[in-house]
Design a protein around this ligand. Structure first.
Ligand SMILES: [Zn+2]
Length: 119
C-alpha cells in the first residue's frame, strides 16, 4: 500500500522560533494519511501536526512552544477541515468481485447450464 499525505493546511507563522529566534520561519502543517492500493483507498481519521523552522531546520515540539505560538496554533487548528475517515473500493476490486461471483454462479449451476451450453 502506498501512503500519501493530504495537506489540510500549511501556514507560515509570524512568531519567533524558540530555537533560533528567527521571525516568520516557522511552518505549521496539518496532514492526514491516505493509504492507496490497487483495490482500495483508505483515509485515516488521525490528523498529524508538525511545526518546523526553515531557518534552523529544527522541529518545534509542543514543549518548546511559547504562549503566542500556542494561541496561533489553536487558531489554525480551528480553521482546518479534516477529510472524513473513509474506505473506497476501486473499479478493479469491483471487477474482481463480479468475476468471482460469476465463476461461483457458473460452478453452482453447472449441471443445469451445461446441456444448454453444448447445444
Ligand atoms: Zn529556528
Amino acid at each position: 500500500m502506498k501512503t500519501e499525505q493530504i495537506i489540510l493546511k500549511e501556514a507560515i507563522l509570524n512568531n519567533n522560533c524558540p530555537e533560533c529566534y528567527a521571525k516568520g520561519s516557522i511552518t505549521l502543517a496539518f496532514r492526514q494519511k491516505r493509504l492507496r492500493s490497487r483495490l482500495l483507498t483508505i483515509v485515516k481519521p488521525a490528523i498529524e501536526e508538525s511545526m518546523h523552522c526553515s531557518k534552523c531546520e529544527s522541529s518545534i515540539f509542543p514543549g518548546q512552544w511559547t504562549k503566542d505560538i500556542e494561541l496561533v496554533y489553536k487558531y489554525h487548528k480551528k480553521t482546518i477541515h479534516p477529510k472524513p475517515a473513509s474506505m473506497h473500493f476501486s473499479g478493479l476490486s469491483y471487477f474482481i468481485f463480479f468475476l468471482l461471483t460469476a465463476i461461483t454462479v457458473i460452478i453452482m449451476y453447472w449441471d443445469t447450464l451445461s446441456p444448454y451450453l453444448k447445444s
